[in-house]
Design a protein around this ligand. Structure first.
Ligand SMILES: NC(=O)c1ccc[n+]([C@@H]2O[C@H](COP(=O)([O-])OP(=O)(O)OC[C@H]3O[C@@H](n4cnc5c(N)ncnc54)[C@H](O)[C@@H]3O)[C@@H](O)[C@H]2O)c1
Ligand SMILES: N[C@H](CO)Cc1c[nH]c[nH+]1
Ligand SMILES: [Zn+2]
Length: 414
């Protein structure tokens, strides 16, 4: 079960698992395009009978009756910590700086108007993902925040979405929910951007519908990469492996270690923990996508990890901060023995919606900037125009764009 794996093979398998969903997702997108709400209701039949896809205010309120008060309290605590961290990311609404006499430049930042959140809810309830997606949208000042989660929507998810203040909630899951938010149906108006994690169907649908709605990034089945040396605690490494493996049969974990004796020790711990795990069947499947690789030193471990570009990187070595400074590709980096990835999953305050399948090479995890756009602002007076006028005219004429040059000349002649 716990075996040696090659770095390139591990990464290639992450991409292949997404591709496996293409045929199914293409069919689902076509149905939503042609049938609208009827497709959402029909595809939901496998899970429950739906009369309408929009969640009513009464349904939202009564969800609190079905959730333990202690859980509601924990969600409120987690929300506060997530908000505190994301508030730090709020961009300045408007700033200006004089670049040279007569030339003042600046940037104006605006929240998007309407976004869609995908909150997973297939093999587990994900109220934590509801908070992770909604909080940065709120901080950015997004006016209309619409959320979709699989039917029958879990009361826990409704409560979390309510705590976070989303404006619309729909019972729709999988690729059909993404298609509905991108293309629109009778009930769901199209959004400008879709964010949020999900399984291979959700993730591929986001990637395929990008011409209709921007997306955050592919945030598919969970992953962990662990860089460890002989100081790592095998139980801690094994526990972190299981904590990601239990999400999905398509989840995957990789241990990159400089200690050739560590994999066997970790393997033993994994075996013991799997035997007792409530989600054993999912974990066993995910472990088939997982394994370890032994490298000669920490620099080689960092290079291997940068190829993998894991969603979560856990660093279990004697000098973890040295690795933090050198490593390039990871969605989130957890440093040292006590930094459990699960803390980031729920409540430490950082965002758990992170790029998978090697995409942390080019995307950052979800943050406030994902919900903002910026415009540059240019204020030039007569002195400023004189200072740059010759340069503009020269380049415009070199490009053969004489009207551009003329638009400066007429001003200089005023
Ligand atoms: N990368 C991240 O940031 C991050 C964060 C949280 C969770 N996750 C991942 O989110 C995923 C949640 O997955 P989930 O399945 O529990 O919930 P989900 O909501 O993503 O998907 C459930 C829906 O998928 C659709 N579906 C399931 N099987 C299908 C099939 N064979 N054909 C077509 N559609 C199908 C159904 O509509 C179902 O309601 C996990 O993979 C987890 O690891 C990732
Ligand atoms: N580990 C997930 C990101 O891959 C996030 C999560 C939500 N709930 C528990 N964990
Ligand atoms: Zn998790």
């Amino acid at each position: 079960m716990w075996k040696a794996v090659g770095i390139d093979a591990w990464l290639a398998a992450r991409k292949t698992s997404l591709e496996d969903a293409r045929g199914t997702v293409t069919g689902i997108i076509g149905r939503v395009k042609n049938e609208g709400d009827a497709a959402l209701i029909d595809l939901a039949k496998k899970y429950c009978t739906l009369e309408h896809v929009a969640v009513t205010d009464e349904e939202r309120e009564s969800a609190y009756d079905e959730v333990d008060a202690q859980v509601v309290e924990a969600l409120i605590e987690a929300h506060a910590r997530i908000e505190r961290f994301h508030e730090r990311q709020r961009p300045r609404d408007l700033w200006f700086e004089e670049m040279e006499p007569g030339v003042v430049l600046g940037m104006k930042s605006t929240g998007l108007n309407r976004v869609g959140l995908y909150v997973p809810g297939g093999r587990a309830a994900y109220p934590s993902s509801a908070l992770m997606c909604a909080v940065p949208a709120k901080v950015a000042g997004v006016k209309e925040i619409c959320a979709c989660s699989p039917p029958p929507i879990k009361p826990l998810t409704l409560v979390a979405l309510d705590i976070a203040g989303v404006t619309e909630i729909y019972q729709a899951g999988g690729a059909q929910a993404v298609a509905a938010m991108a293309l629109g149906t009778e009930s769901i108006r199209p959004v400008q951007k879709i964010v949020g994690p999900g399984n291979i169907y959700v993730t591929l649908a986001k990637m395929m519908l990008r011409e209709h709605a921007e997306i955050d990034f592919p945030a598919g089945p969970s992953e962990i990469g662990i860089i460890a040396d002989s100081t790592a605690h095998p139980k801690v490494v094994a526990a972190d492996v299981l904590a990601q493996a239990e999400h999905d049969p398509n989840a995957a974990c990789i241990l990159i270690t400089t200690d050739p004796t560590l994999p066997a020790k970790v393997g033993k711990e994994i075996e013991k923990m799997v035997a007792e795990a409530p989600r054993k069947e999912i974990i066993v499947e995910a472990l088939k996508n997982s394994g370890y690789t032994v490298v000669k030193d920490i620099d080689e471990a960092i290079a291997a990890s940068d190829v993998v570009a894991p969603e979560h990187l856990s660093i279990q070595v004697a000098d973890p901060l040295m690795v933090v400074t050198k490593v390039q590709n990871a969605g989130a980096i957890f440093v040292g023995r006590y930094s459990a990835v699960a803390c980031g999953d729920y409540a430490v305050g950082t965002n758990h919606c992170l790029p998978t399948a090697g995409y942390s090479k080019m995307y950052s995890g979800l943050d406030v900037a994902h919900f903002c756009k910026t415009a540059s602002v240019e204020i030039i007076d007569r002195d400023g125009l004189e200072a740059i006028g010759d340069i503009v005219e020269t380049i415009a004429e070199a490009e053969g764009l004489y009207a551009h040059s003329q638009s400066v000349k007429v001003r200089r002649a005023l």
